[in-house]
Design a protein around this ligand. Structure first.
Ligand SMILES: [Zn+2]
Length: 215
């Protein structure tokens, strides 16, 4: 009989020690293992038992609307990626799920992040469709590592790169152009895949701002 290596490995991969059928299958297997190997506990362990995996420890789950906690102004848990920094934006979006990007508590950067989030809420509500964030807060070392300019507003926590999650990028950039009173870099029409916004010159307003450039 051809022996299916993969099926055999899958059996152990999905083995559930609470499942009686699985337990019986192991007892069945044990009948085919030489008695001297079963008798030798040390050898048995060495050959057949491996350390269990540590599932979910390193897995990052992107935030979804359903798992987001209600927004409470003034208290940010920066170690909870799903925690809201405003009505529509989360810690994970500010930090890209990277704890090195957490702003110091009570710092000017934290205040700038929260001020920007408040203005982005207004944009989000006017746009009325989900918005994606590619980059927000970038401490200097991170900013340098990702190739940001040294005077980037991302270092200050007051810049964000956005796109429309529904793929309406160009309409979204035009919308931002009309409703962002602060600085705006046209990243969509330059092919970068996002629009850069920052707070220089103001934030949200209904009516265009004056600081505009092509990426
Ligand atoms: Zn940017």
């Amino acid at each position: 009989m051809a022996f299916d290596d993969q099926k055999f490995q899958d059996f152990f991969r999905f083995y559930d020690h609470h499942n009686p059928r699985h337990q019986n299958a192991v007892l069945e297997l044990a009948k085919h293992i030489p008695a001297e190997q079963l008798a030798d506990e040390a050898n048995w362990v060495r050959i057949f038992r491996t350390a269990p995996p540590t599932p979910e420890l390193e897995q990052r789950k992107p935030p979804t609307e359903s798992v987001r906690l209600p927004y409470e102004p003034g208290r940010i848990d920066w170690h909870d990626n799903n925690f809201r920094v405003s009505r529509h934006f989360t810690v994970g979006e500010v930090t890209r799920f990277d704890p090195r990007r957490i702003p110091p508590i009570g710092s000017a950067v934290e205040r700038a992040v929260l001020a920007l989030a408040t203005d982005l809420d207004k944009l989000r509500e006017d746009w009325n469709r989900p918005i994606g964030v590619t980059s927000w807060n970038r401490p200097p070392a991170i900013n340098q590592a990702v190739g940001g300019v040294s005077n980037s507003q991302h270092i200050l926590g007051s810049a964000v790169d956005l796109y429309d999650l529904g793929g309406n990028d160009r309409q979204f950039e035009d919308f931002l152009d009309r409703h962002w009173g602060g600085a705006l870099g046209y990243g969509i029409r330059s092919g970068r895949g996002f629009t850069h916004l920052d707070m220089r010159g103001g934030g949200f307003k209904r009516g265009s701002g004056s600081i505009r450039w092509n990426y």
